[in-house]
Design a protein around this ligand. Structure first.
Ligand SMILES: Nc1ncnc2c1ncn2[C@@H]1O[C@H](COP(=O)(O)OP(=O)(O)OP(=O)(O)O)[C@@H](O)[C@H]1O
Ligand SMILES: [Mg+2]
Length: 338
């Protein structure tokens, strides 16, 4: 069964073609980094316009890469939220038109659901139930995942997402956009223990996160130095900031594993491509004896292959979307009940 999946929730226009829900025949991501860099963040209206320009040529390129014709596609999967409304509308309108024009089933996919299902694109697949930590530009959340499309929220960030914190810290340090990759590269040459930074909410019960205080702590540290006319130790600061984020993410996730008694862990979303976070989880999986599933970095950042995995599960369940499918900016996930 061949399925076309697309993703336009943020600033990546992405297409994938999957066979039987897991074999990736094509996976294309057109990033808009260049377009938004000068603004230090995504400009929603520019993002939707770029999606509109890219969507058709990219669809044809995906078919070409997969070496198949449009006639062979049996279903269309699309992200309809959460994300930027204007951007989502471009992808959803395209998917509807294709589904209507060719008489194909339309499959609606939640972007966060898709992020953790990216684990199924790898050789070694997780079994249910598993805990999923989704760490991205817009989300930081822990889920108890009972089945592909059935999952419950354990906790999430009360303010900034982890990726957002990386981006904001990079911006205030004048390092550029997007910040995650830049900070983690600079952090490699720094001492993670050199600058004491807070570990927000770590001493509190529960599974919620908070990253805005950490960002403010970095800002204060920089301002203090500047007032004294001292240089900012950029490598040490990046390393210390990264260590604080990683420690909070890892410890809260371990808490979720212990509290639920679950032995399988999926870590996904853009920040899951962070080397230090990956290494820390790998080390702990060996020590604590849980099973870790980390999608490769290209399946952690936004892509359409993960949308295809979720879409295929909808297709198996015959959960087809109608042509009046709407988009949404935020997700409301059901809570896990202890
Ligand atoms: N190596 C890295 N280390 C830390 N953060 C990273 C790294 N690579 C990417 N990121 C961060 O990941 C985020 C992008 O991830 P992703 O594409 O999944 O987010 P998004 O789609 O914008 O948000 P969401 O999935 O919540 O809608 C950015 O905030 C970026 O800074
Ligand atoms: Mg994302």
């Amino acid at each position: 069964m061949k399925l076309l999946a697309l993703e336009t929730s943020c600033d990546e226009t992405a297409f994938a073609i999957l066979e039987d829900g897991e074999k990736v025949l094509a996976n294309l991501v057109a990033s808009q980094e260049e377009l938004h860099r000068r603004y230090g963040g995504i400009v929603p209206e520019l993002a939707s316009r770029r999606h509109l320009e890219l969507i058709l040529p990219l669809a044809f390129e995906a078919l070409e890469r997969a070496r198949i014709s449009l006639e062979e596609i049996e279903a269309v999967a699309v992200t309809n939220g959460p994300g930027l409304i204007g951007s989502l509308l471009i992808g959803v309108s395209f998917a509807k038109a294709l589904a209507f024009g060719r008489g194909l089933p339309l499959l609606a996919v939640d972007h966060i659901n898709a992020h953790f299902l990216a684990a199924f694109l790898e050789e070694k697949k997780p079994s249910f139930p598993f805990i999923a930590l989704v760490v991205s530009g817009g989300h930081t959340a822990l889920f108890y995942v009972r089945d592909y499309l059935e999952f419950y929220l354990l906790g999430q960030t009360r303010d900034d997402a982890a990726g957002e914190a990386f981006d904001k810290v990079a911006k205030l340090l004048g390092l550029g956009y997007p910040g995650g990759r830049i900070i983690s590269r600079l952090a490699e040459k720094g001492d993670p223990q050199s600058i004491p930074l807070p570990r927000p909410l770590l001493d509190q019960e529960g599974f919620d996160f908070s990253f805005s205080g950490l960002k403010t702590a970095v800002a204060h540290f920089v301002k203090d130095l500047q007032k004294k006319g001292l240089p900012v130790p950029i490598h040490d600061l990046c390393a210390s900031f990264e260590a604080a984020v990683v420690e909070v993410l890892v410890k809260k996730t371990l808490r979720a594993l212990n509290a639920t008694g679950v032995k399988n862990l999926v870590v996904a979303g853009g920040v899951a491509s962070n080397k230090s976070l990956r290494e820390e989880f790998q080390k702990l999986a060996r020590e604590d004896g849980f099973f870790l599933f980390l999608p490769r970095p290209e399946f952690c950042t936004d892509n359409a292959a993960m949308v295809g995995v979720a879409g295929y599960q909808r297709w198996l369940r015959k959960e087809f979307a109608s042509l009046d499918l709407d988009v949404y900016a935020r997700s409301q996930f059901p809570r896990y009940q202890f």
